[in-house]
Design a protein around this ligand. Structure first.
Ligand code: CDP
Length: 789
């Protein structure tokens, strides 16, 4: 891109991230940086057991410790009707235990003290008597008739089943399967993982006893929605609650839910009349806050012998943990999983989903994923790969044959989505050319003759992002639109306030670029504010790649509103009719006389100093944008690996990623998003796993056990792009934030399976540790095919 200083650095420019100056210099303000006079500190006592009857809590020793101000128990909260709170899925969750502990790490009591150290020390002085109950740690076990009922608190709850949900057309799918020559099936488990943001969760709650005003600094991806939920739960007037979500050190879905710590800290501040800070440690974050995935899936793909796909059948069992707290649109029980038909022109599909309670932490958050799309993408891409082996076709050719064609858009999927635009063939071919795919297949053949195992994995994904049209999308009844408020000051500098909340995605830069594109004000002259409920318009927050499709669109729309007002002011200054004034980036001019012009800065000044009679002074506006549809970014990822047959160790040779997120606002930021997503996808495929032993103990409660890839392990990524604009978005953008995490785990796993497919291996469960791969090789060499059919 040009670096001409006079050029407006709007959409398409790789503008350096404005926010990084403060982050690099250590000048960001995170929740833990907030220190208020008279502030108290809170620590949470968590249950060591996964399932137990709470017999008694004796806090007398803790209360006697000098510096301890109060110990809060479930019993105390119950007196204020605060012992339970609603979850984002409309279930209830214990704030502090009153009856039973239902997962290891559950919040039992809180200490409020003069220092964080005293609060932690006092936890050890609380005497709790539990009566252990048998824990249930997987949903199949939970579904059994003799399984202990976990939610004894819920009237009418028999067993541990939560919901049954179906999508698609069962009869049409049955007919498709009856006509099929080949049916390929796969049972697979997408394991529980954790978003693990660098900054853990926390808050500082400050309820002013004189005014009743509650200011809560909180690690929240969705401050407005949280404020509304808080108002409903506590009964405090909403205008008296101010939620400020300052700089966030990552969120990835983990900072969407309401956690008990927020509620107790706020209640404690209310009761004690002093500010209360709560910051969780790493283990608390990993064992008690929103997990992701944990889906047991069965898929069947019906095909003709020539490779034509006919139908898809999927059933899944979701492990929801002890409280159903998925963060997802109300209407869809397993999020947008029904995008599981992926990039393929599948005439029929039927999805059946069930959810079960277990003695594990609740969550089900959109971990760099648009509400369960990652699980869906993984299943279909693994099935397609196996179908190719079954038919003796090349996996890329099978995909190319069945892709929805460019001319079929807008395309209605058999589960009811209307895909806005796409050119899957072009993206796949670009990836294949960049990887030299055909040559790689030859290399693979030759290597195999020498006993070397090379594999090539492909994943062509379609995401669904940007929730959403209000008619289909709400969370707890709050419709999913978003907003932007723009004020241009007399000097031509602007302030943009948005309803979404950046957690590292670079909104302060990209949203300023949208204003730059629409009005011609340089991005450095546009201050972007977010995260403070009292100073930004209402919005549903940032997760599921929704910011660009919703608040990004709102920003373009409000800029256009101000442009129209600017035209009237410019006409007044130029002494012509508004219809005779044209606009190009940064200036209004008289049609046919381009030299007779006024800059946007001239017009802004006039909006306060020299505006026409009858016109409302000032230059500001707000826009609430309700998107007409979701947007559907897509791409193809190719991964090549080499597997060591003696150890099962696998090494990534190359990763080629082609992404299409429509028009890119800032290509550099988009690439950063994709790098992060690919690293996460690799981590999930290779090493990330939260698991539980039979006693319900969480294995994965620290970074020694829960492995995240560092720069050392992360492979090099080669990125490419195609650009297929979204036809309904104001400037043709689709979201991108989550795409690479959604698309890439299947590509990594497919690559390893591809290296071993000649042994009949069709499935190895994630994470693909060398031990698991080695075991699969041994079993295959001893006893034929392993995993699916
Ligand atoms: O909701 P979230 O910000 O996580 O996701 P997104 O809307 O996909 O945006 C992620 C980042 O990439 C933001 O800074 C966007 O403005 C930027 N982006 C872009 O520059 N061009 C696109 N077409 C999509 C996103």
């Amino acid at each position: 891109m040009s670096t001409d200083a006079t050029e407006i650095r709007g959409i398409g420019h790789s503008v350096k991230r404005k926010e990084d100056d403060r982050f690099i210099r250590g000048k960001g303000t995170y929740v833990d940086d907030v220190v208020l006079p008279g502030m108290l500190y809170m620590a949470i006592l968590r249950s060591p057991l996964a399932h137990a009857e709470l017999k008694s809590i004796d806090a007398s020793r803790a209360t006697a410790l000098p510096g301890v101000v109060a110990v809060v128990t479930g019993e105390l909260l119950a007196q204020h009707n605060l012992a339970w709170m609603p979850t984002l899925s409309g279930d209830t969750q214990a704030v502090l235990v009153t009856d039973r502990v239902r997962f290891q790490g559950q919040e039992v009591a809180c200490v409020i003290a003069e220092s964080a150290y005293i609060a932690k020390d006092a936890l050890e002085l609380i005497d709790v008597e539990y009566e252990p109950l048998p824990p249930v740690t997987n949903p199949e076990q939970a579904a059994k008739d003799d399984a202990p009922v976990i939610r004894t608190d819920k009237e009418g709850q028999e067993g541990n089943h939560i919901y049954h949900w179906e999508s698609g057309d069962k009869e049409a799918t049955d007919r498709a399967f009856a006509e099929a020559d080949v049916v390929v099936s796969l049972d697979t488990f997408y394991p529980r993982s954790h978003p693990a943001p660098l900054e853990t969760c926390g808050c500082v709650a400050d309820v002013n006893p004189a005014t009743g005003q509650a200011t809560i600094w909180m690690t929240s991806q969705a401050p407005h929605a949280i404020r509304t939920v808080f108002a409903l739960v506590t009964g405090l007037p909403e205008e008296n609650i101010r939620v400020i979500s300052p700089d966030l050190g990552g969120g990835f879905g983990n900072k969407v839910p309401v956690y008990p710590g927020y509620v107790v800290a706020t209640a404690a501040s209310l009761l004690l009349g002093r500010p209360v800070k709560w910051i969780e440690d790493r283990t608390e974050n990993l064992i008690s806050t929103g997990f992701a995935r944990d889906f047991h899936m069965h898929g069947e793909l019906a095909l003709r012998e020539d490779g034509t796909m006919l139908g898809l059948r999927v059933s899944l069992l979701a492990d929801e943990g002890a409280f159903h707290a998925d963060a997802q649109p109300t209407k869809f029980k397993v999020g947008l999983f029904h995008i599981v038909t992926g990039s393929y022109d599948l005439p029929a599909a039927h999805v059946v989903a069930d959810g079960a309670y277990t003695n594990k932490a609740p969550g089900g958050v959109a971990y760099r994923c648009s509400f369960r799309v990652t699980e869906a993408s993984y299943l279909i891409e693994r099935l397609v790969q196996n179908a190719a082996y079954e038919l003796g076709m090349d996996p890329a050719d099978l995909r190319l044959k069945n892709f929805i064609k460019a001319e079929q858009f807008p395309y209605t999927s058999p589960t009811g989505f209307v895909y806005d635009s796409g050119d899957y063939q072009r993206a796949a071919e670009l990836a294949m050319d960049s990887m030299a795919y055909r040559e790689l297949r030859e290399e693979q053949e030759n290597a195999r003759k020498e006993g070397r195992l090379i594999g090539v994995g492909m994943a062509s994904f379609t995401e669904v992002v940007g929730a959403g049209p209000h008619k289909d999308f709400d969370i707890l009844g709050l419709k999913m639109f978003d907003s932007a408020e723009l004020r241009i000051h007399p000097t031509g500098k602007a302030i943009l306030k948005i309803g979404v909340k950046t957690q590292g995605q670079g909104h302060e830069t990209t949203f300023a670029q949208i204003v730059a594109e629409e009005l011609g004000i340089q991005p450095e002259d546009v201050l972007v504010q977010h995260g403070d409920t009292d100073n930004t318009p209402y919005g549903l927050g940032t997760y599921a790649s929704r910011s660009t499709p919703t608040a990004g669109a709102a920003t373009a729309m409000v800029s256009r509103k101000l442009r129209e007002k600017g035209r009237t002011i410019a006409a007044h200054l130029l002494e012509v009719a508004p219809e005779d004034v044209e606009f190009e980036k940064g200036r209004f001019f008289v049609r046919g006389a381009p030299d007779k012009a006024k800059t946007i800065q001239d017009v802004a000044f006039a909006a306060y100093t020299n505006f026409p009679d009858g016109l409302e002074p000032g230059l500001e506006g707000v826009h609430y944008y309700d998107p007409p549809n979701m947007t559907f970014p897509f791409g193809t990822y190719l991964v090549s690996v080499e597997v060591d047959p003696d150890t099962g160790e696998w090494k990534v040779r190359r990763v080629v990623a082609v992404d299409d997120c429509g028009v890119r606002i800032n290509p550099m930021i988009v690439e950063g998003q994709i790098h992060g997503g690919l690293a996460e996808g690799y981590g999930i495929a290779a090493m990330e796993l939260i698991t539980f032993d039979e006693g319900g103990n969480c294995i994965g409660s620290n970074f020694m056990d829960y492995l995240l890839p560092t720069a050392w392990e992360t492979p090099k990524f080669e990125l490419h792009a195609t650009v297929t604009p979204s036809p309904h978005h104001p400037f043709g953008a689709k979201g991108v934030g989550e795409s690479a995490t959604v698309g890439s785990p299947a590509a990594f796993v497919n690559a390893v399976i591809d290296a071993l497919q000649h042994l009949g291996i069709r499935n190895i469960e994630m994470p693909l540790t060398s031990g698991r791969v080695w075991e699969a090789i041994q079993t295959a060499q001893g006893s034929g095919p392993v995993g699916g059919s």
